[in-house]
Structure formats: structure tokens, C-alpha cells
Design a protein around this ligand. Structure first.
Ligand code: NDP
Length: 274
């Protein structure tokens, strides 16, 4: 079994640095994919109410026989459920679908600034944290302005900010903000959904190490300190994506990948998505 490094979040909770994402996996295909991931050694699973597959995640977890405390389960609150009371109800619904009595990390999925509800939502998250129903709370797709706004109204600093982050969109400013405020940066679409796996820089480095382009990109993330949650429904790739601890990129290879940043956003823009 690979030994996955961990990061310690700002409230002391320990999170695996590499986990498994299930965005766009239909509910009935989720349990087999998560079972494959658990067998390969993943212990952190990233789902969301929006993905419609919390039930499949719970099913695979129960079937695995792995003790709940060895796992790290993340889910997210969808935008239409923002607001204090709405968030509390949506959290209950997520736990019910997962078939769990707590999660490890609960995230506000998007700030949706025009709705202007994330401050109220955060109060509900603090309540869930205080009650021990989630071990940590965080945000996703938050820009510095949104994080500043939260900080003005709450002393609870988000444990995690999960953002689009890959060699084509390196988010240096936001990563630096997170680091300076004790927020762990978690990369979504860490492989840019495959978009950069044919880049000469990446394939060249992969050839030198005898690994795949995806493994090079994941290694880059890990070495610069990101938490990563690659998604795959392909058993061979699921195993490959966690088999990234037997080689190391040197400074010149890291620098070559750093040079691939082109502000390439593949997903929605957090400032305008409402
Ligand atoms: P990824 O960057 O993880 O890429 C997934 C794609 O790459 C799939 O098409 C997969 O194909 C393919 N792939 C996976 N591994 C390999 C490999 N070793 N070689 C070649 N191709 C590979 O994209 P996601 O958008 O899924 O992001 C990962 C996770 O991040 C999500 O599942 C979700 O948990 C989270 N996320 C969060 C968002 C947010 O707003 N908070 C937004 C988007 C994602 P296949 O499955 O066919 O093998």
C-alpha cells in the first residue's frame, strides 16, 4: 500500500495530501470506482451534494470494511442551499445519503457573491463544527476578497480552500494568500481533466523518469504543497494516480512545469458564477 503524506489543517485535523475525486461519476458507477480507489490505498474521497453520488460513496465505504476513522470524507454544500437554515438542512441530507454520522470536511462549494449568503452560511458551518458533525470546515472557489469578507465576520479561518489548480492555472497569488492565512490549498481538476498531459514539457519529464504524464503532474502538485484529488473511473489510472511516491522531480523539472502557467481556467469563474 502506498504511504500517502498528510497535511495538518489549521484546527489540528490531519488530511491525506492525495485523495480521490468523483465529479461527473454517475451514482451507480461511484461505488465501484470508490471501491477500486480504497483497494488501491486512497483514504480520502471528495464528493459534493451537486455530484449526486454521495450514496455511492457511502456504499463503497461500508462495503470496504475500513474503519471510518481511517477515512477522510469531504462533501460540499450546493449554491441553492446557501443561507443559515438551508445549509443545516442540506448538511443533514448529505449525511443521510452518505449513511454517515459525520464528515471530515464540509465545504461551501462556490461563493456565488451576487447571492451574498456565504457569511450566513459560514455561521451554520461553525455550528456543525462545534457539534462535531464535521471535523473541519472550509470553502471552495473562494478568492481573496471572499476570504477577507469571511474574516471580517468570523474568527474561524477556513481549514481548506479547494480551487481550480493545475500547471495551466497555477494560482500563485491565491496560493500565497492561503498560505499566509493558514488555509490549506486543495487542487481541483489537478490534471486539468487531461488537457496538459500531451505537453512536451510534461511528456519529456515523464520519459526521463519512466512514469506517465499524469504522474508527473501529480508529483508537481505534491512537491509544491498542494492537496490533490484526481478523478478517474479507469482502474489502471486509479492505481497509477496514487503510485507517485517512488520518484521525485528536481528543481529544473519543477521550474519547467512552473513555466506552463497560462491562466487557463477550464471551469467557471468564481467572481461571476452565481
Ligand atoms: P481531473 O483533473 O482529476 O481529471 C479527470 C480526467 O482525467 C478524467 O477524464 C479521467 O479519465 C482523466 N484521467 C485521470 N487519470 C488519468 C491518467 N492517469 N492518465 C490520463 N488521464 C487520466 O478532473 P476533475 O475535474 O474530475 O477534478 C478532480 C476532482 O476535483 C473532481 O472529481 C472533484 O472531486 C473535484 N472538483 C471540484 C470542483 C469544485 O468546484 N470544488 C470542480 C471540479 C472538480 P477517466 O475517468 O475516464 O479515467
Amino acid at each position: 500500500m502506498p504511504s500517502v503524506p498528510t497535511v495538518t489543517l489549521n484546527n489540528g485535523v490531519v488530511m491525506p495530501q492525495l485523495g480521490f475525486g468523483v465529479f461527473q461519476v454517475p451514482d451507480d458507477e461511484t461505488a465501484p470506482a470508490v471501491s477500486e480507489a480504497l483497494a488501491a490505498g486512497y483514504r480520502s474521497i471528495d464528493t459534493a451534494a451537486l455530484y449526486g453520488n454521495e450514496r455511492g460513496v457511502g456504499e463503497a465505504v461500508r462495503a470496504s470494511g475500513i474503519a471510518r476513522e481511517e477515512l477522510f470524507i469531504t462533501t460540499k454544500l450546493w449554491n441553492s442551499d446557501q443561507g443559515h437554515d438551508e445549509a443545516l438542512a442540506a448538511f443533514d441530507a448529505s449525511l443521510d445519503k452518505l449513511g454517515m454520522d459525520y464528515v471530515d470536511l464540509y465545504l461551501i462549494h462556490w461563493p456565488t457573491p451576487a447571492r451574498d449568503k456565504y457569511v450566513d452560511t459560514w455561521r451554520a458551518f461553525e455550528k456543525l463544527l462545534a457539534e462535531g458533525r464535521t471535523r473541519a470546515i472550509g470553502v471552495s472557489n473562494f478568492q481573496p476578497a471572499h476570504l477577507d469578507r469571511l474574516a471580517q465576520t468570523s474568527d474561524t479561518v477556513p481549514a481548506v480552500n479547494q480551487i481550480e489548480l493545475h500547471p495551466g492555472l497555477q494560482q500563485r497569488e491565491l496560493r500565497e494568500y492561503d498560505r499566509a492565512h493558514g488555509i490549506a490549498t486543495e487542487a481541483w481538476s489537478p490534471l486539468a481533466q487531461g488537457a496538459l498531459l500531451k505537453a512536451d514539457t510534461v511528456t519529456g519529464i515523464a520519459g526521463r523518469h519512466g512514469v506517465t504524464p499524469a504522474q508527473v503532474v501529480l508529483r508537481w502538485h505534491l512537491q509544491i504543497g498542494n492537496v490533490v484529488i484526481p478523478k478517474s473511473v479507469t482502474p489502471e489510472r486509479i492505481r497509477q494516480n496514487i503510485d507517485v511516491f517512488g520518484f521525485e522531480l528536481d528543481e529544473s523539472e519543477l521550474a519547467a512545469i512552473d513555466a506552463l502557467d497560462e491562466g487557463m481556467r477550464t471551469g467557471l469563474d468564481p467572481d461571476t458564477f452565481n
